[in-house]
Write a protein of this length. Sequence first.
Length: 385
Amino acid sequence: MTSTNQLAVPFNKGFLTGDETGYMHQAMTGGPMTGDGPFTKRASALLTELVGAPHALLTTSCTHALDMTAMLLDLGPGDEVILPSFTFCSTANAYVLRGAVPVFVDIRPDTLNLDERQVEAAVTDRTKAIVVVHYAGVGVEMDAINAIAERHGLVVIEDNAHGLGGTYRGRNLGSIGAMATQSFHETKNVQCGEGGALVFNDPRYFERAEIIREKGTNRGQFFRGMVDKYRWIDIGSSYLPSDLLAAFLTAQLEHFADIQRRRHHVWSSYDARLAAWAAEHGVVRPTVPADREQPAHLYYLLLPDLDSRQSMLKHLLGHGVLGTFHYQPLHLAPAGEKFGRVGPEGCPVTEDVADRLLRLPLYAGMTDDDIDLVINAVETFRPRE
Ligand SMILES: *Cc1c(COP(=O)(O)O)cnc(C)c1O
């Protein structure tokens, strides 16, 4: 791994809005720094407003929010969960930890999202849930997914780590499934170093989720005066972030519009200015269907083959630009083979795309000079020579 200080343009740089330090100082001096303090409430309210969901709980990560969905659905040995192989391992790990089996279904070659046309063939009488990932914040075919879920009595979870600020047919990503998970990892649009949230559209899960997040206790109800002592009443763990992190996150969420304006500028510059080069060299740019908006989470190019992707990564590095590949297929990973199963139609598109996809640097603090440098580095690469 090349250290970022040798690079002209690193892959990612955490963006600060300016209010983080002041808010963290308030959290340090004002009140208890444990979770569920004033900043936790502020950040949660900002998030529910942004997503348009009735409830949200901050968590220590998106990974932990996914773990909580598996507990809330009471998943266990014998149960199956349908999800894409083209995602981060946390999407599958959450269910494996409860003893359930992830069933990997392929992605669409255009949006790189779970292929809704292959989902129904993977449903068995043990299937309990479908977990979708809005790759690059481009919405999954949610109407079709919800129709399948309804026919078979399945719960739909959105892993919305990429999708904050994206829409599908006029609806916000994260507001469509029964629950949605958010990530505030430093590489995501809104960040606090490490953090996440669980968003509830089906309010039935909310009360129990509060208990699971507080080590299986009803401490939340106790602090609100609803019970006279708090006790261990369910399984759970420590998934509640400190109010210090919530203070940082509050600053980020308050400046969401500014962060997004900056990120969209980078995304649109890449997409417009690389169009001619891409067409000339058989490189494919992201597909965003007309009925959805993407939130400029990541920008990728699909190269003609693995060799050209690898040589382009080297070429970019030679120009001081760190690009990356994305998502080694879960069904081919050692743990995926051990704990998961591949759906009836296999995952050929996932395997192909994993070889050919290249992500360009994209962060809110990128200057026009940084953008020019990346575009120049890309345009001087010739995939077939
Ligand atoms: C980043 C990411 C996660 C994990 O998020 P953490 O907050 O780091 O746990 C899960 N799923 C997807 C699709 C992600 O991109």
